[in-house]
Design a binder for this molecule. Sequence first.
Ligand code: FPP
Length: 262
Amino acid sequence: MSLEKILAWVPDGSAAAALARQVDYLRLPGHVAVIMDGNGRWAAQRRLPRIEGHRAGIDAVRDAVEVCARLGVEVLTLYAFSVENWKRPRSEVRLLMELLKRYLRLELDTLMRNDIRLHVIGRAGELAPDVREELAAGCSRTAGNGGMRFNIALNYSGRAEIVEAARRALAAGMAPRDLDEARFSGLLYTAGQPDPDLLIRTSGEMRVSNFLLWQIAYAEIWVTDTLWPDFRARHLLEAIVAYQKRDRRYGGLKPEPAAVGQ
Ligand code: FPP
């Protein structure tokens, strides 16, 4: 059972354990997507180079992956590197890629132990060959796992994804009348996956930053001031508890409570 799996992992008597008991395990978000933000500010607060913020952010990645897998979330998507992130100093980009490779090498056993399937969304073909190799190794090693799908968004842009999907439809010779929302969804990187139910953003920024623009149409957005390197199990559980209190109407009306005796 999910609660037991979480309680086996968080410290007894902790805030995370208390929150885990508040979660309704029958109404979990199927897909949780996260905009990991605030690594640079975390480092600046400690007068450290920015890369130390990214390095510390890896611990938060580990926590998020483990907690979501133990909860029983179907899909977790982490926004690790956007198309726009190439504008950062070369040294920062290089170190981010090194951290990613290191994460993949060191965490493969954790992914296997938790039955997690790794998947990359974004223009992975434009990444450096050594990064592509590490990603391919991680994806193929975990391909047979049947548990949570873990999408890493890399060299990702929501707008570019939509344009690519439109190009694929045209290249396949699809007639306009044959294209509908379901078919279009099937042309995106996330084909076959449920859309995010919950979008988390850290560091207090109120932006979606070109992330999963099509897929988040009805996602519930939860923003925390916590900077990504400080994000832990309790924050994720807090987001899920808050999500479960939301009234999701998908543009419709709240159903009337059934009349007594009906
Ligand atoms: C945003 O913080 C964070 C990033 C651009 C990179 C996130 C990457 C990692 C945590 C490491 C690799 C990820 C995986 C999945 C292994 P920022 O630098 O924009 O922070 P700031 O807004 O405070 O400057």
